[in-house]
Design a protein around this ligand. Structure first.
Ligand SMILES: NC(=O)C1=CN([C@@H]2O[C@H](COP(=O)(O)OP(=O)(O)OC[C@H]3O[C@@H](n4cnc5c(N)ncnc54)[C@H](O)[C@@H]3O)[C@@H](O)[C@H]2O)[C@@H](O)CC1
Ligand SMILES: [K+]
Length: 679
């Protein structure tokens, strides 16, 4: 056993080195892929690395004394499957009928080594199923490959590092290790219900990745400094090698000054010139998808980049220059100094203490603010950002902020649709893309096929709902579509033909799509009780007003009640007594009641039904959503302050490349009305 623990200690010593080497690449990869790095994933990835290292060390250590060592027992591979069983039976006193022999058996090397060989790859199977979401046969294959790699390391004497194999290649190891990975696969199954779903962790990371977190910005800054400094050092070195130093010194120019000038060139290049060419990105910001912009997300000018980083260096360096100045004053020469210098020189120690206190307080305040911004999910703004009127945002957040700041009037959306249709993408195709985007949003947050309720109104917003329900059913979700009337009797086009086609296709292929036509309250409530997601495609841009008509009002109330009171089984008793009885909400309240624990995901299509797309008025009732997938452009109502608690997060589904149309529309808009567009 001692051998095992020694190897684990070796791994523990080697691990920090490896962890350090992989951390920056790991962070860059995660930031690029997901935008943020959840703790849980870091824990998993690093524990996996540590575990694999331990396992490998157990397989290849201890190393023989010298390269040509011959280890007798490892010379011939053991190729007989289940040899360990035979040897065990031959060599021990074990008897199934005699319990007194059982305990000794456990201490038998054949038994504990076999058990250990199984154990070795149990964690791998767990990681493969839980984190990498591999199926059982993929786990089997990967487990076997890893084992084979281990055994091949042994039979080749660590890939030729040693002339002879020093550990035994054993088929039984292959069998037992692979079995271990399968045991891990089976064991982790029940635990997965308690562990956070890694797909949701990823989805949340993507959402959190909209923010330019302090760590992401710090990483980007250090990469930039590293790049600029390395380039500068190399160039200065090259100049030195070509004799520039001697030439400079012959001219009476100090080499220190020259290399500082080279530094300055590279820092200006990295932090000013390159951002000016790339619309606001330093090299590392390109890598990490960050951008320097004005506070309103518009493009900053080159002198703002200069100011931003100039102030940063000035603010960071000034205290050190001051300290250096004070420390280098010699009190012995105080009589020869100006009175101010003499004062500083006399009180040197006091100033150094004051300096330390000041810097400590400053550092502490930065740390507190950084933590507070992380907790409150607010941007971390530094003084140099304020002074230069710039911010660092993620590329995605810049885009989102620009979209939010230039919503498109509902009338303009209609104009936009017909422009797109004129270019060959008809409304029916837009509807298909819109519904698919909604289904994708549901699938991102509810990754396993589950029951989903889709409310579809009788306008085109409802058409999006039919597409979404069909797409979800196609993906195996049990979609329950709630409609006031059968598809044939929908009046709006292309909603009608789209709904009919979706229904016909689903029936023909036997997809799990069921349609509830004007269901009564009880049927509706049961459907909602089971649902893992509710899609609101009742009313979109076609609605304005302060009251919803039936049956829509009843549907929305039922959905809101389900959201805030929980399912009916759970809701009876405690929950039902709560104030939120009408399934309506008190419009004077600043926030909505908290969501019930088992509330389904609520997705609104285009706008939450009840919210005025143009005006942002909140009707009675209005659908309360976790996320709103809005089509083509933000509508003015979505960005009104009161809308936020009904829309949840807003996702823009562009459906087509809208940029050329938008500039045309805004141009025409401005010319026609004689006023500046809202952007
Ligand atoms: N903008 C786009 O490019 C696209 C828009 N599509 C969808 O089409 C929607 C607009 O469709 P429509 O113009 O047909 O309008 P809506 O579907 O938003 O609303 C029209 C329906 O609302 C009902 N209604 C009006 N006032 C009511 C009230 N007070 N109480 C109850 N019901 C009321 C009407 O009877 C009508 O059935 C958009 O929101 C979007 O979801 C997509 O289908 C395709 C792409
Ligand atoms: K809607």
């Amino acid at each position: 056993m001692n051998v095992y623990t020694n190897n684990i200690i070796a791994a523990a010593i080697a691990f920090p080195v490896i962890a350090f080497a992989i951390t920056v690449p790991y962070m860059i990869y995660q930031y690029r892929k997901f935008g943020s790095i959840p703790w849980i994933r870091t824990l998993i990835v690093y524990s996996l690395a540590f575990y694999l290292l331990c396992a490998y060390f157990l397989v290849i250590l201890p190393l023989p004394e010298d390269r040509s060592a011959v280890v007798a027992y490892a010379a011939t591979p053991q190729l007989m499957p289940f040899n360990f069983v035979r040897e065990f039976l031959a060599e021990t006193t074990f008897s199934l009928g005699d319990p007194s022999t059982w305990l000794a058996t456990l201490r038998d090397p054949y038994v504990y080594e076999a058990a250990f060989n199984v154990l070795l790859l149990v964690p791998l199977g767990m990681y493969l199923r839980y984190y990498f979401r591999r199926t059982w046969y993929q786990t089997l294959l990967i487990g076997f490959s890893v084992t084979l790699f281990f055994e091949l390391s042994q039979i080749t004497g660590l890939w030729g590092a040693y002339l002879h194999p020093y550990r035994l290649f054993d088929v039984d190891d292959l069998i037992l290790n692979t079995l271990g990975s399968m045991v891990g696969f089976w064991l982790v199954g029940p635990a997965m219900r308690l562990l956070p779903d890694i797909r949701l962790v990823n989805e949340e990371a993507r959402e959190a990745g909209m923010r330019a977190s302090v760590t992401k910005r710090a990483l980007s800054f250090f990469i930039d400094v590293f790049v600029a400094q390395t380039a500068s050092t190399m160039v200065a070195g090259a100049l030195d090698a070509t004799g520039a130093r001697a030439a400079a010194e012959a001219q009476g120019v100090s080499w220190g000054l020259v290399s500082m000038a080279v530094d300055a060139v590279f820092y200006l290049l990295c932090f000013v010139a390159i951002p000016a060419l790339t619309k606001g990105q330093t090299p590392a910001q390109m890598l990490l998808k960050l951008r320097i912009v004005r506070p309103d997300a518009s493009r900053a000018r080159w002198y703002q980049y200069l100011a931003r980083y100039g102030f940063l260096y000035a603010l960071a360096l000034a205290p050190f220059l001051a300290l250096f100045g004070i420390v280098s004053l010699d009190p012995a020469q105080a009589s020869e100094m100006s009175s101010i210098a003499a004062f500083f020189a006399d009180h040197r120690a006091g100033f150094v203490v004051a300096w330390l206190v000041f810097m400590g307080a400053w550092a502490l305040s930065l740390i507190v603010r950084a933590i507070r911004s992380a907790v409150k999910k607010r941007p971390f703004i530094m003084l140099n950002g304020v002074l230069s009127a710039t911010r660092v945002m993620t590329v995605d957040a810049v885009q989102q902020e620009r979209d939010r700041r230039s919503p498109l009037d509902v009338s303009a959306v209609t104009a936009l649709e017909s422009m797109i249709a004129d270019d060959g993408v008809p409304l029916s195709e837009l509807m298909k893309r819109a519904g698919t985007a909604v289904a994708d949003e549901v699938r991102a947050w509810v990754p396993d096929p589950s029951p989903v309720v889709v409310f579809a109104g009788s306008g085109n917003n409802g058409g999006d709902g039919w597409v979404a329900a069909h797409a979800l059913a196609e993906a195996g979700y049990r979609a329950i579509l709630v409609t006031p009337d059968i598809a044939e009797r929908i009046k709006a086009e292309p909603a009608r033909s789209t709904a009919m086609a979706a229904f016909a296709d689903a029936s023909e292929r036997g997809l799990p799509l069921s349609v509830l036509v004007a269901p009564d309250a009880d049927v509706l409530a049961s459907a909602l009780d089971e649902a893992k997601a509710v899609v609101d495609a009742v009313l979109g841009t076609g609605f304005s007003g302060t009251e919803l008509r039936e049956p829509y009002a009843g549907w929305i109330r039922a959905a809101n009640r389900r959201r805030f009171e929980g399912s009916r089984e759970k809701g009876r008793g405690f929950h039902r007594k709560r104030a939120f009885e009408r399934g309506d909400h008190d419009r004077s309240r600043k926030s909505l009641p908290t969501k019930a624990k088992d509330a389904p995901l609520a997705v609104a299509v285009d706008v939450p039904s009840g919210l005025g797309a143009q005006t942002g008025t909140i009707a009675r009732p209005t659908f309360a959503a976790d996320t709103t997938v809005t089509m083509l452009a933000y509508k003015p109502g979505l960005v009104k302050p009161q809308a936020r608690r009904f829309t949840g997060s807003v996702e823009l589904a562009r459906l087509v490349d809208t940029a050329p149309y938008l500039s045309r529309l805004r141009g025409i808009d401005a010319a026609d009305s004689g006023v500046e567009p809202s952007a």
